[in-house]
Design a protein around this ligand. Structure first.
Ligand SMILES: Nc1ncnc2c1ncn2[C@@H]1O[C@H](COP(=O)(O)OP(=O)(O)OP(=O)(O)O)[C@@H](O)[C@H]1O
Ligand SMILES: [Mg+2]
Length: 263
């Protein structure tokens, strides 16, 4: 029997809200240790695709087709919520929205770690090691702070540490740097790059920013109007974009940044 394909794959995903089709026949695979960039204009269906992988679709959006497989094993939509967070970590755009403002950073970690039965001194040690891994030089200062006492960049690091706390094999990041200033964006991208290499994470990186793609992605899928219109290794996408939508995205990118950021 053939080896099951390693990775997180989605096949034939279709989403609709009532009679309106939002995502049509979307398929891709995120391989371990690889970064798949998902790009496309606003409203093209990137976030809904990510949310369906996590089993977190809005109540008014229905999945009418498609399946998700993890290393060849089909994930039952009903079990997705149990798997999300353990096999799949999630990092969202505005990190502040991912934290409860009334709860310390430490308690966020303790509650997440307790889901896997890690408590007490073991939980404290694990929290500090995760915070150190995402670049906090003095991690012991974090647990007693409230989210409002952290900058956006610090919160995004803490969010990454929290996403990693359950040792996921795959990370889904939806515009993880969009709300951060340019210096902090680069720091978070450096961090993501290190985590992918060190942990052999598979990363699905949603962004509309092609400089982020040039920097981090191995493969790129381009979404337009709810479908994937092109998928290529990153060098090919920049050198020979096939679809008119990809060509338009590249033209807009080069008009802003010049050609300095080719992969
Ligand atoms: N809860 C919802 N009910 C109905 N339609 C929705 C819902 N959420 C999103 N949509 C629609 O689905 C389409 C895809 O939305 P989605 O948020 O996935 O886009 P996106 O590619 O992530 O865009 P952006 O780059 O702006 O984040 C859009 O037309 C959007 O208006
Ligand atoms: Mg989005």
């Amino acid at each position: 029997m053939a080896e099951p394909m390693r990775g997180l794959s989605v096949t034939g995903l279709c989403l609709r809200a009532g009679t309106k089709s939002l995502v049509r026949d979307v398929s891709f695979t995120v391989a371990p240790g690889q970064v798949l960039g998902l790009v496309g204009t606003s409203g093209s269906g990137k976030s809904l695709t990510v949310m369906s992988l996590l089993g977190l679709l809005p109540a008014d959006v229905q999945q009418t087709g498609g399946e998700v497989r993890l290393d060849g094993r089909r994930l039952d939509p009903a079990n997705l919520s149990a798997i999300r967070g353990r096999a799949l970590g999630f990092v969202q755009q505005a990190p502040r929205g991912g934290f409860n403002p009334l709860v310390t950073i430490g308690r966020h970690f303790r509650e997440t770690l307790a889901c896997d039965g890690v408590r007490g001194a073991a939980a404290e040690a694990r929290m500090l090691s995760l915070l150190a891994e995402v670049g906090f030089a003095a991690p012991e200062r974090l647990p007693d702070l409230y989210p409002s006492q952290l900058s956006g960049g610090m919160l995004q690091r803490a969010m990454l540490a929290l996403a990693l706390s359950r040792e996921p094999d795959f990370l889904l990041a939806d515009e993880p740097t969009t709300d951060l200033d340019l210096v902090v964006q680069q720091q978070i991208l450096d961090l993501l790059e290190r985590l992918v290499a060190r942990r052999r994470l598979g990363l699905l990186l949603v962004t509309h920013d092609l400089s982020v793609i040039a920097r981090l992605a191995d493969h790129v899928a381009v979404m337009d109007g709810g479908s994937i219109v092109e998928e290529q290794p990153v060098a090919g996408l920049f050198a020979e974009p096939r679809h008119s939508r990809t060509q338009a995205l590249l033209r807009a990118h080069f008009a802003l940044y010049g050609e300095a950021q080719l992969p």
